[in-house]
Design a protein around this ligand. Sequence first.
Ligand code: MIC
Ligand code: SF4
Length: 644
Amino acid sequence: MHGTLTEKILRDHLVSGTLEPGQEIQIRIDQTLTQDATGTMADLQFEALGVPRVRTELSVSYVDHNTLQSSFENADDHRYLQSVAAKYGLYFSRPGNGICHQVHLERFGVPGKTLLGSDSHTPTAGGLGMLAMGAGGLDVAVAMAGLPFTLVAPRVVRLWLTGSLPAWVSAKDVILEVLRRLTVKGGVGKVMEYAGPGGATLSVPERATITNMGAELGATSSLFPSDEETRRFLEAQGRGEAWRPLAADEDAEYEEQIEIDLSALEPLVAQPHSPDAVTPVSEVAGKPVDQVCIGSCTNSSLADLMTVAAILRGRHVHPRVSLTISPGSRQVLAMIARNGALADLVEAGARVLESTCGPCIGMGQAPVTDAVSVRSFNRNFPGRSGTASAGVYLAGPEVCAVAALTGELTDPRNLGEVPEVIVPECFEVDDSMILPPADDPDEVEILRGPNIRPVPTRGPLEDAISLRVLLKVGENITTDHIMPAGAKVLPLRSNIPAISAHVFGAVDPEFAHRAQDWGGGFVVGGENYGQGSSREHAALAPMYLGVQAVLARSFARIHQANLVNFGVLPLQIAEEDYERLAQGDVLSLSGVREAVRGSAAITVQNETQGYEFTATPQLSPRQVDLVLSGGVLNYVREQVGEGD
Ligand code: MIC
Ligand code: SF4
């Protein structure tokens, strides 16, 4: 990684370890972000650490996910988050102010700094030349306490962009092309570093669309250099002083190089149910569409919505299509309101929603049965829209807008000239929905509603475990499979006993009962187990149900860390062993603690089928003690206890 931009930022922040790909390193975190769906757990954990004030340069608590208040839970959580922010020194972005990643890009991101967020799309800020990463809430809470973040030093890939985007082709098509080539596993353990003359032609929000969806590649992060375009964006936000130039050295060494000629791209879509099932829209043209949703942290910038408005202006949404628009931030909404684009959207028949995640996380707008829904979002995992039978296509805002007009997937190039959009030189800045921390923290009382329950823990890792396989799942299982989101389940994010009833809900509704009846057990998975979101509930709730270990062919980075943080053992198994295992098999593991301590393979006896195989703990040296203690909270308690 010598001379790469990634190396420069990591070196500036290195606390311990060697910058060799694959080695465990610790880095200083300058900024953190949390959002309401993961933030209540993060804040509860931060409170438990007993630190009086956050020790970062900046920590922001956003409310953008759980904004449908159909009962008291979400409102209670928001009030709790606001009181924690005031007391412990976080800025609080109120509900309605916008989606965390969009607002962070606009108002807080700084080139060359590190950002850790309890949301997998935190690398959006990489569009500004920031090294931004997603993590579980507990890891973010620890970073808020001023402690370094541990990660495996990444391999660095250079994505060299040449040419410029043709008419009707957008930044979304760039990242869809990368996903088409590399798949949802293609970025695991890597930072995707974009550069080249083509990159220089892209605006910061366009770059952010690309770095945002690096999460779908499984990448640790994605970033662009900080150049004149970055300066322009920061100056337009009234934050010119935050700018500094940053780029990789000319002779930087990369593990892999990929070249993309922007001029050769065409409008693409990701087909149901994976962001890497990418095909040109022309190949699926003519497919009737029921719903179009535009927004999300991927594509909800001012330019995106002005482009959509310009396409829709003077036309009307097809009678079959329900079109929703979620502006990325209050800034975007205020500006389209003033410049008339909002009126164009409304007149065309769009349903304008709050500046929040909304339909992206199934917080309302579940489409009709068997729907085809076309979304400018980043994830189309099964069931995520709230309608199990729906098929979601991911596309750029242009393809979405045109589908809303024609009522079918359409190659937008058929519409003729692309309408020209001129983004103003200055954004309207109004931070009045961002509350600074209290001046008198001692006076602030933490306000907890009945929905906010303590974080459960388990006992230390046992040496001998004999339990059944509760469930066997396939490849690329997402955290949406493990711990569904949506309007019904999300309000339970601060209440693990309640939310655990929904674990694997869409895959096997009997899972939670079976786990309880069988006294816990194991989950068996294929490759890239736990890809997708950072939600630690996908580890915490199975742990609460007694899941002792996950035996999988490989794990996604954030989910692996979350399993360890809550004392669930991640075990790697070979393909043939994966094939043989079946739900209900009784597995006996012995000498577990010894094997974990020595990073050795564990012998597993399949009592039901009568054979033996091995499973290898997937743990970094630092994680060994955590898992032996039964998770970070136990580990910290032990350490504190020993100190007494
Ligand atoms: C998502 O897009 O899946 C989420 C909701 O933003 C998650 C976080 C969460 O589950 O709260 C993510 O991406 O990490
Ligand atoms: Fe919100 Fe969707 Fe972005 Fe997740 S991916 S932060 S749910 S807009």
